[in-house]
Design a binder for this molecule. Sequence first.
Ligand code: GLU
Ligand code: ZN
Length: 290
Amino acid sequence: MSYVGRFAPTPSGPLHFGSLVAAVASYLDARANKGRWLVRIEDLDPPRTVPGSIDAILSGLDTFGLHWDGEPMLQSQRQQAYCEALELLRQDGQIYTCSCSRAQFRTNPLYTCHCLTHPPSQKDVAIRIALPHQIITVDDVIIGPQSQNLAHEVGNFVVQRKDQLFSYQLAVVVDDAEQNISHIIRGSDLYHQTPRQVWLQTCLSYKQPIYGHLPIVTNNQGQKLSKQHLARPLDITQAPALLSEALERLGQAAPCNFRQAPVEEQLAWAVTQWDINNVPKRMQDPIAFV
Ligand code: GLU
Ligand code: ZN
């Protein structure tokens, strides 16, 4: 199997330390396996795209020496492919319309089945996928296997919202399939979403990629950091120091005399040394840089 990895940022701002760590890990895993590394901009919800952030992310990746292959894919240009996937699910009888508000099933995922038996008559409806009572197990190459009974733990989830926007879950599996992604190394915030994506891959007859989720970042008391805390933009004038910090967090620390080396040199060294088994199970807060 030929290795194709990817980094898929949402353009909600410039790179921050959490996204740098994810980009570095997926880049190194791809290059160490002689693979291609693609970038996909997840601007699925154009009004929420922060102006200038696509350029800021791409130029940030360049500054860190993280050069991608081919042209970045833009989700805002992929509506036709998402429509086709939805149509396949429809033909298969996997989806149904739903007019419920989020508040109605906040405490009970099974309530998401309501409209299966009580089809709504109004026009502004979301589309949900009907899930079987089946346990999905995903073997994560970093964190280990996880199992989820989607129907019980998540509920029939939305594939197209009331405002017609396609859901992240649908878009991400359609695009991963289109880009022939074989390995997905990404942040642990998406770990619990993976079984949903694997189920969609099954429904759409796509090949399942290999998943690896980077561990949760904690402070030195072992507490999980909030997104807000991690989301401050990086000072790119400090790129070599930040990159060496990211490598250290990933359990791939360079020798001391390498830490101020130009980013390309650090990355070339890191590709030869990369060992995914050294990625720690918990990642500590990069106090000095956030
Ligand atoms: N766009 C998502 C994010 O920035 C990542 C999606 C993915 O890696 O699957 O959080
Ligand atoms: Zn409903």
